[in-house]
Design a binder for this molecule. Sequence first.
Ligand code: CA
Length: 375
Amino acid sequence: MLRAAQTTWKTDTGRQRRDNEDSAFAHAPMFVVADGMGGARAGEVASKLATEAFEQSLPGPGSPEERLAQRAREANRLIHERSRAEHERAGMGTTLTAAYLQDAQLAIAHVGDSRAYLFRDGSLGRLTKDHTLVGALVDEGKLTEEQAADHPQRSIITRALGPEASVEIDTWSYPVRAGDVLLLCSDGLTSMISDERIAEILSATEGLERAADELIRAGNEAGGRDNITVVLTRLEESGVGTGAEEQTVVGLRVPGPAASGPRAGRPARRRRHVKPLAAVLATLIVLFLIGAGGWLATRQLYFIGTNPQAMVTVYRGLPYDLPAGIRLYETFYVSGLPAQLVPADRRASVLDQHLRSQSDASALVRDLELGKVSG
Ligand code: CA
C-alpha cells in the first residue's frame, strides 16, 4: 500500500498579473489544480468552485476514474449554472487537473492545460494531454512540441469546466510506486520553463517545500507572465516507521548511497489545519468590513430569498447571520408572490440567495410577479 508521505502546494500571482485566478487543493489522497478564466475576477470564482468540489469525498460507486469524472461533471454544472445566474460571471471557466491516489494507482481527471507529471528515478513524465489549440495541431503532426511551446496562441484552450452545460472529461490511471513524486501545476509554470528545467529543479532540490519554492522562483525569473501554482506530493510505502520516514523524507534526489542529506524542513501542509483558520479568517474579514465602513458597500448587494411569511423578498446586504444575532441584511422589497407559486424547477435558482445587483434582483422579482418566469 502506498501513501502520500509529504504534500505541499503553493501558488503565486506571478510578475505581470494583478490577480491570482488559480486554485489548488492538496490533502491526500486528493490533489487538485484549477486555473480560472473570465473577467471581473470570475476566473477566481470558477477555479475555487472547481477545487472546492473535490474537498468532499468522491461520489460512489465506480472506479476512481469514474468517480473523479462524475465529480468533475458536477463541478462543471455548478460553475455553468453560476455563470448563467450572475451576469458579471457570464462565460467564466476553469481548467481542472485532479489526481486521486488509491492503493498503488493514481487516477487522473483532466480538462484544459494545467498538467500532471510524475517524477521517478530522476526523470519527469507527463501524465496529461493539454486541451489546447496547439496541442491539437501537435497531435495532427502540424506542429512539433518545440513549435507549440513558443506558439503565440499556445494558451488558447479548447476545453474547460464552466462555459458549456456539459463537458468531456479525460481520465487515466497510472501505476505508481514508493519514491514517486507527483507534480500538478498550472500553465503559468509550464509556459515559462521547460520540462527539462522542471526535472532539473526536482532533482537538485532537497525537500518538497523548497522544490515548490524553486519552481515558482524559476517561473518568475523566466518572466512570470501568469499565475503559477504547484502541488507536490511524494509517495512511500505505508507502515514505514518514523525512523525510516526521516530517511525517505530527504529531498527529491534519487535515493543513492549518499542519501543522507539534511531532513526536509517543515511538515506537510495539511488541509485540516487550514480549514478552521479559513473560517476564522472569513469571520474576521466580515467583521472588518462592517467595522471599516464596509457596511456601506454591502448595501450595494442584494439577494432574493423568502421572508418569514414565505413571500418572495428582495434583501439588501449579505445573506449571513453572525453570532450574537447580528444580521448582515435587511428587507428591501416584499413581493406579492408566495414562494410556492414560483415554478418548482426555478425555485432553487431564484431563491438561492446569490448576490445580485439591485436592478437584477428587482427585475427578476418583477418578472416573477408578472408570471413571466415560467417553468
Ligand atoms: Ca494560467
